[in-house]
Structure formats: structure tokens, C-alpha cells
Design a protein around this ligand. Structure first.
Ligand code: NAD
Length: 354
């Protein structure tokens, strides 16, 4: 343990927590100091497994000066209170997606973090993929020409038991459902590449998970401000689960990321570096298609180490909370459209939840 490392405390020791803990253990600039959870058995087992301090309450963890950043790993409807408390205690926050339940909550979190002078970042680790960065750069350079289409396809599978692992997973009011939970990552990627969104029309269904009050399938048609259109398709009902695809088409180019791999990268103005871009990513990488634990921790490590850089450098993290507002707004607009069975124009009501 080195004093120069930035200390992290994890709030929540459920499914995603080991990815954070492994990332912290692998890091040379960050260290896992403490964990806290309301479930005492899970907390004790986790602290023993990863060799860190355990605290029964968030308040106790916030009182530990070695904890400089709190990673918020609780169910989605509980993020807001924990983030506000952590910021009030002067801690930086790294918040699992989605950051909160409404735009109004997120704006309060942003204002509080700015006032307190602390960093607030979101764990949307897929933005760090080289394939996504290459697409974003090419869009910025105008290589696609006029953007025509930006689409995502997430044909994933989660068994019925997944929705019973914890009560909140089967409840829309707790922030569950394929749109806001799993697909949020890829909705965010499309927003990052082609946003902002102007108008959306969505349908949501529960195709294969009877007994739970969430949509397991989303289908939406989107119009972007830049004139492009797009399909958003996401499901956890489609066995066995196949790699997500992000597709961008313009007058002069086409790019498809499958999993984290650049499957198609073609431009009218072929450049020497394009051959290298076509090798980005790994065939068969664990990107979540077949199960919740079908993930690696390296992308979490990149996000955590970026937070360390932001703290040391006194600048915004790579995925600042403010940058996620348009993603949440688009997702909430899809819920509104599905509920009203009508197209929805952005902006939407600040206090709307899904
Ligand atoms: N970035 C990713 O790839 C990724 C993957 C999975 C989950 N997530 C996100 O991580 C968050 C947690 O998801 P999960 O699947 O680990 O959930 P989970 O249900 O498996 O774990 C949540 C944990 O929080 C604890 N908890 C509940 N209320 C608490 C409170 N008030 N104080 C402290 N602890 C409390 C629970 O006891 C549980 O251990 C969610 O926001 C989810 O969207 C992100």
C-alpha cells in the first residue's frame, strides 16, 4: 500500500462490486480502502475476500479520511441519496449507470459536486473502447460525410433467475428494465457518437420474463438533431445472447462494432491507419451478452484510473456526470413514448422517471 495512491470506498457489494474491487487491486494508482453494504453477511465476506476495511453504514465509511472516492454500486433508485451524502462529506464520486432516476436528480448532483469542488464521474466503461473512440474521431473529422444512420442492436439473454437475484431487479420503480439497466451503456454510445436526439418513438414489451414488472425488450426509432436516423433494439429475452452491435453509416463511410471488435471500417477516403483500426478489439471478448457476470474488469480499471488522473490534475473525468444527461433524457423519452404509444420530442419533463 502506497500513500500516493488515491483511496476508494465501495458502497454496495453485489454483482458489479467484484469488478470494481479487482480493478482497484490491479491498479498502481488507486487502492481499495473500504466497503459498505446493508447486508452484513455479504459485507463481511467481501471485505475478507478483498482484504479491506468494512463499514456497516455509509456515514461510517464517509468518516474515514483514507476514502477519497466513493463508488456508488447500489440499486439504481438509491444512487441519488448516496451520491448527495458522499459529496456533502467532500468525497469524489464514481457512480454506476444510470446515475439517477430523473434529470432533476442528476442536475442536483452536478450542482452539488461543482459547489463542493469534487469530481463526479459515471461508470459507462464502453466509451473507453478503442473502436468507439475511432468512430467518434472519424465523425468529428467528417470522414463519414453527412451521417445517415446510427443504430444499436443488443440481442442478449438473462434467465428468469437473474430478475429474482434481488428484489429491485424485477421492479421498474427501482430502476430496472432492459432500457435503463443493460441497454443504457449502448444508448449512451449512440448518444456519444450521433447525439443529441430530437425525437423518438418506442415500444417496450416483456417477451420472456413473466412475473416481473419490467420490460425485457425495447424497440425504438430515433431522429437525431443532425438529421441522421437510428434503430435502438435491446432485449434480454433472446437466447443464447449475441454480441452487441453499434453501427454508424454516412454518405462516405460505414463502421460496425460487434462486442468490442471493429467488424467493419470502410471509408471512401481509405487512409493508411485504417488497416490498424480494423484490428481493434478481440473476437469473443466478454461484453455481457450471455450473462451478468460475462464481463472483464479492465474497462472498469480504465475508468477508475481516469478518476485518479482527474483528481490529481484538477480536471473533469473522461465520463463526467454532465455528459450523461442527454443519454438519460433519451432513455426516459423512450419510456414516455412506449407508455403513451406516441412519438416524444425532446426536451422532456425534468422530474419524469421511468
Ligand atoms: N457498469 C456495468 O457494467 C454494470 C454491471 C452491473 C451492474 N451495474 C450497476 O451497478 C449497480 C449495482 O448493480 P448490481 O447488479 O451490483 O446490484 P446488486 O443487487 O447485485 O447489488 C447491490 C448491493 O447494494 C446493497 N445495498 C442496497 N441498498 C443499500 C444501501 N442503502 N446502502 C448500502 N448498500 C446497499 C445490496 O445489499 C447489494 O449488495 C447498479 O446501478 C447497476 O446498474 C453496472
Amino acid at each position: 500500500m502506497s500513500d500516493s495512491r488515491i483511496g476508494f470506498g465501495l458502497l454496495g457489494t453485489g454483482l458489479v462490486a467484484p469488478f470494481h474491487a479487482k480493478a482497484l487491486k490491479a491498479s498502481e494508482v488507486a487502492e481499495l480502502v473500504a466497503v459498505s453494504d446493508v447486508a452484513p453477511d455479504r459485507l463481511a465476506a467481501f471485505a475478507a475476500q478483498f482484504g479491506c476495511q468494512s463499514y456497516a453504514t455509509l456515514d461510517q465509511m464517509l468518516a474515514d479520511p483514507k476514502v477519497q472516492v466513493v463508488n456508488i454500486l447500489t440499486p439504481n433508485h438509491l444512487h441519488f441519496d448516496a451520491v448527495m451524502k458522499s459529496i456533502a462529506a467532500g468525497k469524489h464520486v464514481l457512480i454506476e449507470k444510470p446515475p439517477a432516476m430523473s434529470l432533476g436528480e442528476v442536475r442536483q448532483m452536478i450542482a452539488a459536486s461543482r459547489q463542493a469542488g469534487v469530481r463526479a464521474g459515471v461508470v459507462l466503461q464502453c466509451r473507453t473502447r478503442k473502436s468507439i473512440q475511432a468512430m467518434r474521431k472519424a465523425i468529428g473529422e467528417g470522414r463519414f460525410g453527412k451521417l445517415l444512420h446510427a443504430d444499436m442492436y443488443m440481442k442478449w439473454f438473462r434467465p428468469a433467475e437473474y430478475y429474482r437475484l434481488a428484489e429491485w431487479r424485477g421492479q421498474r420503480r427501482s430502476g430496472s428494465g432492459v432500457t435503463i439497466a443493460q441497454a443504457f451503456h449502448y444508448i449512451d454510445l449512440l448518444q456519444y457518437l450521433a447525439g443529441p436526439v430530437k425525437r423518438v418513438e418506442a415500444r417496450m414489451n416483456n417477451l420472456a420474463h413473466p412475473g416481473v414488472d419490467v420490460e425485457d425488450t425495447l424497440l425504438a426509432f430515433t431522429e437525431f438533431e443532425n438529421g441522421a436516423q437510428g434503430v435502438v433494439q435491446a432485449s434480454t429475452a433472446l437466447w443464447p445472447g449475441t454480441d452487441i452491435r453499434i453501427e454508424v453509416n454516412g454518405e462516405n463511410g460505414a463502421a460496425i462494432m460487434s462486442g468490442d471488435r471493429m467488424e467493419t471500417w470502410k471509408f471512401r477516403d481509405e487512409r493508411p491507419e485504417d488497416a490498424g483500426v480494423r484490428r481493434y478489439g478481440t473476437a469473443g471478448a466478454s461484453t455481457g451478452a450471455t450473462g451478468a457476470a460475462d464481463l472483464g474488469f479492465r474497462e472498469h480499471q480504465v475508468v477508475i484510473e481516469d478518476m485518479v488522473d482527474a483528481i490529481r490534475g484538477g480536471h473533469e473525468p473522461f465520463i463526467p456526470l454532465a455528459s450523461v444527461v442527454p443519454t438519460l433524457e433519451w432513455a426516459l423519452a423512450m419510456y414516455q413514448s412506449a407508455k403513451e404509444r406516441a412519438p416524444v420530442e425532446l426536451p422532456i419533463d425534468e422530474d419524469r422517471v421511468w
